[in-house]
Design a protein around this ligand. Sequence first.
Ligand SMILES: CC(C)(COP(=O)(O)OP(=O)(O)OC[C@H]1O[C@@H](n2cnc3c(N)ncnc32)[C@H](O)[C@@H]1OP(=O)(O)O)[C@@H](O)C(=O)NCCC(=O)NCCS
Length: 145
Amino acid sequence: MGALQLRPLSKKDLPDVERIQAHVTRQPVPQPWMDMVAEHVDQQHRIGLVAEQDGDVVGFILGEIKIGGFGTELSGWLELVGVDPDQMGAGVGASLAAELFAELGRRGVQEVLTAVRWDRGDMLAFFKKVGFDQSPFINLHRRGD
Ligand SMILES: CC(C)(COP(=O)(O)OP(=O)(O)OC[C@H]1O[C@@H](n2cnc3c(N)ncnc32)[C@H](O)[C@@H]1OP(=O)(O)O)[C@@H](O)C(=O)NCCC(=O)NCCS
């Protein structure tokens, strides 16, 4: 098996991201979700990265830079990460996260935030492993009337 290659997301990767997401969720991927992913190609305040193994895209990660939001001057957000279920547990997710942090650092962002459902033990374990801890923020939630 060749080395894992990490590179920016491009338009031609979108079908692969869709395939991985459909495999992870075992559901068809809604078009608005794909439109959201496409908004991470070549942007100043958004970052999209993919991991490629032997010519196949095996994972993706999306991040965003927020300026002046949430009581911080500049923060990075890990928005979404997905790894092909056939390739999970092989370090792809951790490599993608490390590259996202490096890219945020190159853009001057040191503080990175994310959110996870409290009952997603797998995601929590993954986020802890790549260096996240409890944040000083609490999330608030308002339900529509
Ligand atoms: C979570 C996810 C991104 C991890 O990617 P991955 O390539 O499988 O993970 P890695 O091999 O890089 O694992 C790194 C560490 O994370 C932790 N981890 C990863 N998957 C885990 C799981 N299912 N349960 C518990 N810990 C896990 C482990 O500590 C692991 O380190 P170790 O292998 O030394 O024990 C991937 O499994 C995935 O895409 N899951 C579904 C994603 C999803 O639901 N996304 C929607 C919300 S963002």
